[in-house]
Design a protein around this ligand. Sequence first.
Ligand SMILES: O=C(O)c1cc(=O)[nH]c(=O)n1[C@@H]1O[C@H](COP(=O)(O)O)[C@@H](O)[C@H]1O
Length: 242
Amino acid sequence: MSLPTNPGPAGDIRDKLIIGLDLPSVEEARAVVDRIGEAGTFYKIGYQLAYAGGFAFAQELIGQGKKVFLDLKLHDIGNTVEEGVRSVARLGATFLTVHAYPQTMRAAVVGKAGSSLKILAVTVLTSYDDNDLVEAGYAPVPAADLVARRAGQARDLGIDGIVCAATEAERVRAVVGSDRLIVTPGIRPSGADAGDQKRVVTPAEGIRLGADHLVVARPIVKAADPRAAVEAIVREISGIEA
Ligand SMILES: O=C(O)c1cc(=O)[nH]c(=O)n1[C@@H]1O[C@H](COP(=O)(O)O)[C@@H](O)[C@H]1O
């Protein structure tokens, strides 16, 4: 199947795939973006690239008409979060992550006021399972229960979207309803190495379970042909009802 060659309208299937630019330099990120070309419309910049010139690169991508997700996973005292979010809101990004702690989410909602930035709350990292939560000091609780609790708090505090594993997407949808976004990392095309991810599903399964956007980094940016990897995922999710 050939993919559309123009940026496409809102609702473009390509927007469902957020490509994580987990790379050490802007030069390498720019090379991957150039290779992917019009197959990719939505990019995520996280710690590795953000602290290596990634903010200026985010603006470069936005200038080219790409959407940008700044994955900064903010968590600090309320005032610091609020002012940090206010600064990020000026960059023109589409999404920003914060950890799903009530004080943090409350401050982020205040900080983004008046901008088009959407705040995503990271519930329980997809590299965590129930044992990791115990190791981190939580009373024994299934990760899925904590995800649901945090999703409910995020909904009540006016957060725009939830980051969770796709394995919890159906439960989160029941909590947050249809007007909040669900964004799921921990996605692995069949046969791909899970790496440090613990709660993983395939791209098609992620969309079937109700994700609005999938986040995929290593299986694309480390692929011999990143464009082919993107096209294969977009092809896999095309036509699946979210
Ligand atoms: O907020 C995120 O994007 C995120 C949350 C989470 O729970 N798990 C998670 O993997 N991520 C990010 O999603 C990306 C997944 O990368 P890959 O495992 O290489 O596809 C990384 O950039 C992570 O930082």
